[in-house]
Design a protein around this ligand. Structure first.
Ligand SMILES: [Zn+2]
Ligand SMILES: [Zn+2]
Length: 410
């Protein structure tokens, strides 16, 4: 059986939150409201909110506040009923918001789920969630931002002229990732900021006013086109008050001024960040330039080294060429000496020294034959050399004639 969070009583829609209040921070049932509803319940004056005509009874114990609801009176069938059940988060949120208003305005007559009759299209029934008319304050609660239409908001706005209407959404609707927060901007355009209710629970899982939080945020359009959700304030909902004109206050300051402050803070943070980024870029540029210069110096050093190497190689090459030229010259001189060292000259000098074998500049050894007196190179001798006899020998010719055997001496 579907539990109902609302009923029709005296032609008016009544939410279960209407029986809740707060005394000294404690969430309680309002005895008069409970008793009055109980009496109506007994007199079969509570009806299903869908209009099916089914009687409802109030279920409200003094132990478990979570279990408070309306339900179909026994023996009735709900087959004709078109009641669409409301999610528990939505019901609980309304209870917490009702407690908040009761806490702030203990003497006010707070109406809940005030229907708006202006809508001509009967399919769409809009309501103000909570209204403290004599205080000039109203709350419109929205569980799912997808239900926020400009038409609905326009109608709500029109119906609360002279009353400060606060739009509160479930916290699930908060949080964006750079995208344009289309739905929440509908509220921000009207209210200047968005309010999110973060439901708190008691140990039995029921809604707890003292544990519930309210978060004020606004969406800032960055220069790069992205959007940023900025938190203005977040605290227990009981720390928020209504000002003289019905506007929202936190720590005695209006949320508008806190929003202004937060926005300026964010802008200066952006500026500071930009300055830091600029500084970092400059630092990076300097570092890059330093590295470029370092690389250039290295390159120059390397070039100089290469130049030095080239010079030393050139020097070595030139030295090598000079050496080659010297060798060439020496060779030429030797060859010249050999050329100039004719047989006549050798003949003239070969007998002077019999201690050292005579060799011409080309290294060829010359010997005089002791028999025929002619000089030849050593290969023409069968025997030659010896102590005090270095340049004397017997030539092959004379050897044949004299029968001298081939025994070479040095
Ligand atoms: Zn019904
Ligand atoms: Zn001879």
């Amino acid at each position: 059986m579907t539990l109902r969070s609302t009923c029709i009583c005296d032609g008016k829609l009544i939410g279960i939150e209407s029986i809740f209040s707060v005394v000294d921070g404690m969430q309680i049932n309002i005895p008069e409201k409970v008793e009055a509803l109980r009496a109506k319940s007994k007199n079969k004056e509570l009806y299903c909110p869908c209009g099916c005509g089914a009687n409802l009874i109030l279920v409200a114990g003094d132990r478990n506040l979570r279990a408070q609801h309306f339900r179909l009176k026994g023996g009735q069938s709900d087959k004709e009923c078109e009641f669409v059940s409301e999610g528990s988060i939505s019901i609980y949120s309304k209870i917490v918001l009702k407690c908040w208003m009761s806490d702030k305005y203990p003497d006010a007559d707070i109406q809940s789920r005030v229907p708006i009759c202006e809508v001509e299209d009967t399919d769409r029934r809009y309501e103000i969630t909570l209204l403290a008319k004599n205080k000039g304050v109203a709350i419109s609660y929205c569980h799912d931002r997808a239900n926020l239409t400009d038409e609905k908001l326009d109608i709500l706005d029109r119906n609360v002229s002279g009353i400060h209407l606060h739009y509160v959404c479930d916290v699930e609707n908060a949080g964006i990732f750079a995208q344009y927060p289309e739905m929440m901007m509908k509220i921000q355009k009207r209210q200047g900021y968005c309010l999110f209710l973060e439901l708190g629970f008691d140990d039995r899982g029921g809604p707890a006013y003292s544990q519930s939080k309210l978060k004020g945020v606004f969406y800032y359009h960055n220069d790069n086109g992205s959007w940023k959700e900025l938190e203005i304030v977040s605290d227990y909902i009981s720390s928020f008050d209504f000002g003289k004109n019905g506007g929202l206050l936190y720590s005695g300051k209006s949320l508008h001024s806190l929003k202004e402050q937060r926005e300026q803070q964010y802008i200066s943070e952006l500026k500071q960040r930009r300055i830091l980024q600029e500084k970092a870029r400059e630092q990076h540029r300097i570092e890059k330039e330093r590295r470029r210069q370092e690389a250039e110096a290295k390159r120059q050093k390397c070039l100089a080294q290469m130049e030095k190497q080239r010079a030393s190689e050139a020097e070595a090459e030139s030295e090598r060429k000079e050496q080659h030229a010297r060798e060439l010259k020496a060779k030429e001189e030797r060859e010249k000496a050999i050329r100039e060292c004719t047989k006549e000259k050798i003949d003239a000098i070969i007998d002077d020294d019999q201690e050292h074998p005579f060799r011409d500049p080309a290294g060829k050894r010359w010997v005089r034959c002791e028999h025929c007196g002619q000089i030849f190179t050593e290969d023409n001798f069968v025997i030659y050399g010896g102590i005090h006899h270095a340049n004397l020998g017997t030539c092959k010719e004379c050897s044949k004639k004299c029968g001298i055997r081939s025994t070479s001496k040095t």
